[in-house]
Design a protein around this ligand. Structure first.
Ligand SMILES: NC(=O)c1ccc[n+]([C@@H]2O[C@H](COP(=O)([O-])OP(=O)(O)OC[C@H]3O[C@@H](n4cnc5c(N)ncnc54)[C@H](O)[C@@H]3O)[C@@H](O)[C@H]2O)c1
Length: 421
């Protein structure tokens, strides 16, 4: 780690407000708080430099505090140019975190921040979307020699890492935190579901009841979003490319159709696929005037914005995170948060309670990587003991007890001899 006071944030004067936000998040993250207390005593990350590229939110700050309690030095940048909460960034900078993040970074500034984190020569990387790993493997290969392992927070990052592994381009082992049960079943589903609605409402304040709400992609994020939109009284339509997921959506009670068809009837469209060019020119021209478009997938490529730009005669910002495009055909379309993750750019990201589990996995996987001597270079699942421990601690924090298998039951479910009696 170079200089402990090296950072770049919007303004340190915001730190006091940031402290209060972090305090509020921490109060809703009992599992991570418990891990932090243990880390304080055991110092499992003593002297380790951790390089993190994560959305800089109040919950990420609680994770950083836990890692620091474990003895780590943390260098942090945001994982999206629009997701940094400047108050939180200021508070972290004040406590000696080498943070490089502010809301509204240009692409060039974004990668400047990523490179500043790499300058600290991390031994472990914590990534969200694999931009840090991608930069290390392409433009900063000299820094690879100090890296022992890494973790990845989101579906899109895991997809990219698995492609790297397949192409034999991956140079160090990475744990796919996203794939832990205690991560994607809750964060991607309930976190994305609720916070995406939150982002849409903060940007527009439209009534969801009675609207045709089109969800593109019925994965973990899409399932959560479709369910929450239905709960607000919207008529939810799902579009998919995977027949099994489409069938699941249909049997969950949603209307399934092609996007070409949905384009004509939708009032609100949200992409959450991890794919590119999902909403493009052929769909945009069919949309009703007044249609609202948002994305909750990792990158801002799911809505093909250049297509909207090419069809537009004018564009204006109506309110924060809400841009109006007037099209050549006279219709008006509304794009939220520049097509970036609407839940983070236009709201605060996932609620703390759900990030409690995601970031408990991150902290425990960082500890696991530090403790483990040698790992083959590949993408790993989160060890089952960690996943189960996070679930157990979370249940406990919620005051819930569950049953235990009796000896007879353990034997029965592990055997094949007993059948119809
Ligand atoms: N907004 C957030 O805070 C947040 C949180 C978690 C994940 N994510 C991101 O959201 C995206 C989706 O994550 P997930 O966990 O739901 O992934 P997932 O793999 O579970 O689901 C994605 C679904 O999209 C479908 N799909 C792919 N291309 C499509 C297309 N052209 N049209 C319609 N459907 C299509 C796939 O068949 C799949 O069912 C990823 O980019 C992930 O990184 C965002």
């Amino acid at each position: 780690m170079k200089c402990t006071m090296d950072f770049k944030v919007k303004g340190l004067s915001l730190a006091e407000q940031g402290d209060l936000l972090i305090e509020w998040a921490s109060a809703h993250m009992p599992v991570l708080s418990q891990i932090k207390q243990r880390f304080e005593k055991e110092k499992p990350l003593k002297g380790a430099v951790l390089g993190a590229c994560l959305h800089v939110t109040k919950e990420t700050a609680v994770l950083v505090q836990a890692l620091k309690a474990g003895g780590a030095k943390v260098a942090l940048c945001g994982s999206n140019p629009l997701s940094t909460q400047d108050e939180v960034a200021a508070a972290l900078a004040k406590t000696g975190v080498n943070i490089y993040a502010w809301r509204g970074e240009t692409t060039k500034e974004y990668y400047w921040c990523v490179n500043k984190v790499i300058d600290h020569n991390p031994i472990i990387t914590l990534d969200d979307g694999a931009d840090l790993v991608g930069t290390l493997h392409s433009k900063r290969t000299e820094a690879l020699k100090t890296v022992k392992g890494g973790t990845e927070e989101t579906t899109t990052g895991v997809v990219r890492l698995k492609a790297m592994e397949k192409a034999k381009a991956l140079k160090y082992p990475i744990i796919a935190v996203n794939d832990a049960h205690t991560k994607h079943l809750f964060d991607n589903r309930y976190g994305t579901g609720q916070s995406t609605i939150d982002g849409i409402l903060r940007a527009t304040n439209v009534l969801l009841a009675g609207k045709n709400f089109v969800v593109c992609g019925y994965g973990w994020g899409g399932r959560g979003l479709a369910t929450r939109a239905r709960g607000m009284g919207a008529h939810v339509v799902v579009t998919e490319v995977n027949p099994v997921r489409a069938l699941e959506a249909a049997m969950d009670g949603f209307q399934v159709m092609s996007l070409n068809e949905a384009a004509r009837m939708g009032d609100i469209f949200v992409t959450v696929t991890g794919d590119t060019s999902v909403i493009r020119k052929e769909h945009v021209v069919k949309m009703k005037s007044g249609a609202i478009l948002a994305n909750s997938g990792h990158f801002n490529v799911e809505i093909k914005i250049p297509d909207i730009e090419s069809l537009a005669v004018s564009k204006r910002t109506l309110r924060s995170n809400l841009e109006e495009y007037k099209l050549k055909n006279g219709k008006r379309l509304y794009l939220l948060a520049e097509g970036r993750l609407v839940n983070l750019a236009s709201a605060e990201g996932h609620p703390s309670e759900v990030m409690d589990m995601s970031f408990a996995n991150q902290a425990l996987c960082a500890e696991y990587l530090m403790k483990t001597q040698r790992l083959e270079v590949k993408v790993y699942d989160v060890p089952k003991e960690i996943d189960d421990m996070v679930a157990t601690l979370k249940l406990k924090s919620m005051g819930m007890e569950i049953d235990k298998l009796t000896a007879e039951q353990s034997k029965y479910i592990a055997s094949w001899e007993e059948g119809t009696i």
